[in-house]
Design a protein around this ligand. Structure first.
Ligand code: SAJ
Length: 411
């Protein structure tokens, strides 16, 4: 059998590669010519541990071929972006474009699987676009179990940095528009998934993905709110959380400078958009987490007011520890806000990158850890990179330290 993967980004490329590594022929499709050319040379255009070697192998074996337009296959998987721009609606235009691109190649017996994080109802919309483009074929919304082309929703749930392991080991939610669609999709995932495939309908599967990330967001918001309350009451929040977590039914997450990444800070808004009156905790959690970077800025501004010409060292720009991903990072936002306020000379340290993101260029100096620590009056720990474990405690004693992750304050 042949599988076509539409979208060769952070999810599509690893998934296509793992399927190909099981000996299945995979056609990878992406509108980005550079990505297609890079992959066909056996190289990768994204950062994910161990992915480069596996891509090299499957491309060499002729099992993965990238192209800019689809061709015929038995199953079509779609892993394209679904952005949510604040104050507007979820943007399904990439899914619609993917549907229109595969429609001419569909034939009886095909399966179409949507993997992109989507609002509830998106899979049914996709099936509608496919049916519109191919009136000669039947789809589940009219023909149910007997449809010529079955359609399913199976969310990806992998953690960036651990994608290859989690793709194989995690349980997989498989939501069919029909029972047949779910069974066909489960058969496909069984090729590479060692976890369990849990069958359900597509609306439940869509909501499950959003629920997982909203659950985490709400729990991080609880920790972030606690940390602000603790500052007011002069309590160490990390010690407090550690103690409370010794209760057998309490498990509080870690406070930080805010929530970043492309999923947890975005997905809850899909739920809020679908049920604005009802989603009260979910909306408030987003607001609490989005407020945290501004709170950190206020702390720094207050500390800076004690110096004539303060030098401020900002440690870490990535959205979480030990990765090089600076997109949607609260740390970058904090550093940019500090620079805009002109509170002092700002040194940024990010051991995983060579250049600053555009919005910091010319305003902030990118330096190594040693230089930053030697020159700083104020040190802000923004990311708990292992790398910062090298900093010696006595170096910190002559500065004001604002430790947003509990890296040093977690007793
Ligand atoms: N964070 C905290 N405190 C914590 C945990 C995380 O402040 O206790 C922050 C991180 O620093 C980061 C943000 O939250 O800025 C998100 O990091 P994360 O590691 O929690 O999650 P992501 O965004 O890398 O990946 C999530 C995962 N979802 C869940 O754990 C429920 C992953 O499994 C999903 O596949 C991914 O979103 C996705 O693509 O949706």
């Amino acid at each position: 059998q042949t599988v076509a993967m539409i979208g060769l980004g952070y999810i599509g490329l690893p998934t296509a590669t793992v399927i190909a590594s099981r000996g299945v022929k995979v056609i990878g499709v992406d509108v980005n010519q550079h990505a297609v050319d890079t992959i066909n040379r056996g190289k990768i255009h994204i950062v994910e541990p161990d992915l480069d070697g596996l891509v090299h192998h499957v491309v060499n074996e002729g099992l993965l071929v990238a192209q800019t337009t689809p061709s015929e296959a038995d199953a079509f998987m779609i892993a394209v972006p679904t952005p949510f721009t604040e104050g507007t609606k979820p943007d399904l235009s990439y899914i619609e474009a993917a549907g229109k691109a595969i429609a001419p190649f569909l034939k009886k017996g095909n399966l179409v699987i949507l993997e992109s994080t989507s609002p509830v109802g998106a899979t049914e919309k996709l099936a509608g676009w496919l049916a519109q483009a191919r009136p000669d074929l039947s789809f589940p919304q009219q023909a149910g179990e007997e449809a010529d082309v079955q359609v399913a929703y199976c969310p990806e749930r992998v953690l960036p940095g651990h994608v290859l392991r989690e793709l194989v080991e995690n349980d997989r939610i498989v939501g069919g528009m029909t029972q047949r669609a779910a069974e066909m999709a489960a058969d496909l995932y069984h090729i590479f998934v060692k976890g369990e495939c849990l069958l359900t309908d597509c609306r439940t599967a869509e909501m499950a993905k959003l629920t997982e990330n909203a659950f985490r967001d709400v729990n991080i918001a609880f920790a972030n709110e606690l940390s602000i309350i603790c500052d007011k009451l002069a309590i160490n929040p990390w010690e407090l959380i550690k103690l409370a977590n010794r209760h057998p039914r309490v498990n509080i997450l870690q406070p930080g400078p805010g929530v970043g990444g492309h999923c947890i800070a975005v997905d809850p808004w899909f739920i809020v958009d679908s049920a604005p009156e009802e989603a009260r905790i979910i909306r408030t959690a987003r607001e609490v987490n989005d407020f945290k970077p501004h709170y950190v800025v206020t702390q720094v501004v207050e500390a800076a007011s004690k110096f004539k010409a303060p030098v401020i060292a900002c440690l870490g720009l990535a959205f979480k520890a030990n990765i090089d991903d600076l997109r949607e990072s609260p740390s970058v936002g904090i550093v940019a806000e500090l620079a805009a306020k002109g509170v002092g000379r700002i040194l940024a340290v990010e051991p995983h990158v060579d250049t600053l993101p555009k919005k910091l260029q010319g305003k902030v100096e990118l330096v190594d850890t040693q230089t930053a620590i030697d020159q700083a009056d104020i040190i802000i720990l923004l990311v708990d990179h292992k790398h910062f474990g090298r900093i010696r405690a006595e170096k910190l004693q002559r500065c004001i330290v604002i430790d947003t992750r509990g890296f040093w304050s977690n007793k």
